[in-house]
Unconditional design. Structure first.
Length: 176
């Protein structure tokens, strides 16, 4: 009986009882029934009987997403924020008076971020305040002090509102 990780505690061939200990998981299989609470991916089979199993993954709350966003923003790691916290179908909305277009989809959001980076000549500073959470939303006050290529030094403050669904950011909207 191969197991990807962990240890087999008990295997009684006659009654098909199996108990497996896996990091953060105890799985019991008794005569075609699973009794389990799953927090990790697990692949195994019992001799010639293949068991297909779906897993439950802990979904982050809005507060947890906001806290992780803040932690990464303090490190200036906005690319990791997108990779880790954004949904594939995220919407990014810009103000009507902005030179930037609103976009839909993680690839488009990343493309917009790369366009911004190519315009920046020098970053003099920036900040992101601790997020405030309300329901499925959190808001951050952010700002930057930059020199854009061919432009004078510029300071900007903005309000960023994020909507979270099923542990992922599905909307970012900027006001400045």
């Amino acid at each position: 009986m191969p197991v990807t990780s962990g240890s087999v505690r008990r295997f009684l061939k006659g009654s098909m009882q199996v108990s497996i200990t896996y990091p953060s998981l105890t799985l019991r299989y008794i005569n075609n029934y699973f009794i389990t609470s799953v927090w990790a991916n697990l692949i195994f089979d019992i001799q010639s009987t293949h068991i297909i199993m779906t897993t439950q993954v802990k979904t982050m709350t809005t507060q947890e997403v906001a806290d992780r966003f803040y932690e990464l923003s303090q490190q200036g790691n906005f690319e990791q924020i997108q990779n880790e916290l954004f949904d594939e179908n995220v919407k990014s909305l810009e103000p009507a008076n902005s030179n930037w277009q609103s976009v839909h989809g993680l690839d488009k959001v990343k493309e917009k971020a790369k366009q911004w980076q190519t315009m920046v000549e020098e970053v003099h500073g920036g900040y992101s305040n601790k997020p405030q959470v309300a329901g499925n939303f959190f808001v951050c006050i952010m700002g930057m002090d930059v020199t854009l290529k061919g432009q004078p030094r510029w300071k900007m403050d903005e309000v960023a509102v994020y909507e979270v669904k099923e542990g992922k950011i599905i909307l970012e909207q900027f006001f400045f």
